[in-house]
Write a protein that binds this ligand. Structure first.
Ligand SMILES: [Zn+2]
Length: 279
């Protein structure tokens, strides 16, 4: 039964109170049904409620329609006398403080921004019903790199990244196993990436584009690391090699006959053209 499928869209602690639908958006009213929560500082459980807090956040789109959540969260007292937190808002996996997007929406936006320029990402996201300005997305990408506190994996990908197409470039570093942005560097010069690699140990594999600057930076900083050209650039290399081969072996002129009795297509080799020109 798909009747109440929307109940599965949100964490169990929230109940869907209302759904409003317009031609291009859905609005979900969610209310917390939790009865206890842990203090974020001392982690003591509290059941003593203080009141409510309203939050609005944009979520992943549904069938191309934008989704907004109006969330009523509960606030609790922390009764631990040794804890400096008096009142706290319940934690949940859906939203984090101060963000105007849900956690999953933010992650999706970062993934899109990681593969195209910031400007293109804004357009793609808008088609899907996620409205965001270029500056907000840019800050989101920078923040994702700056706030990454996880372990840096042994396999990373580095690529240049345009803030605006053909304009300012930075370098995006991703963990190839988790696909998370782990850092964003200003500029795409070799020294920038070399310095970063020297400051991070344990990397054994680097996927990179064909830029010589990246290649020599990795060779200098991590001489034992395996360097891999990423899939996009391997395809690009292959196409260029094919084009070059075609240029070398294909004749300059391929003549097509109007005579149905004759051979439909006649290839005139380059040497006979030259001979004819000399006659
Ligand atoms: Zn506390």
């Amino acid at each position: 039964m798909l009747t109440n499928i929307h109940e599965n869209f949100f964490p169990k602690q929230y109940k869907v109170i209302h759904i409003y639908e317009s031609t291009d958006s859905y609005e979900f009213w969610l209310e917390s049904t939790g009865t206890e929560n842990k203090c974020p500082k001392c982690e003591r459980e509290s059941r003593r409620m203080h009141g409510y807090q309203q939050r609005t956040a944009r979520d992943l789109p549904i069938l191309g329609k934008g989704v907004t959540l109006d969330i009523t969260q509960k606030k609790y007292y922390c009764d631990n006398k040794d804890c400096e937190v008096g009142i706290f808002t319940e934690a949940n996996e859906l939203i984090v403080p101060y963000s105007q997007f849900t956690v999953r929406c933010r992650e999706y936006m970062l993934r899109v921004a990681a593969v195209v320029s910031s400007e293109a990402a804004v357009k793609i996201l808008a088609y899907q019903g996620i409205k965001v300005s270029g500056d907000t997305l840019l800050n989101m990408v920078r923040l994702a790199g700056a706030e990454y506190k996880g372990k840096i994996g042994a396999k990373i990908g580095i690529d240049d990244w345009a803030y605006r197409k053909g304009q300012k470039y930075g370098t995006l570093i991703c963990d190839l196993e988790t696909h998370k942005i782990i850092d964003v560097l200003e500029g795409r010069e070799g020294e920038v990436i070399e310095k970063w690699l020297q400051a991070h140990s344990g990397i054994d594999t680097v996927s990179r584009d064909r830029a010589n600057a990246y290649s020599s930076a990795v060779s200098k900083a991590l001489p034992d690391a395996v360097q891999i050209a990423d899939r996009f650039h391997i395809t690009q290399n292959l196409l260029e090699a094919l084009k070059e081969t075609m240029r070398t072996y294909m004749p300059e002129i391929i003549s097509v006959s109007n005579d149905e009795e004759a051979e439909a297509v006649k290839i005139v080799p380059q040497h006979s053209i030259k001979k004819h020109e000399n006659d």
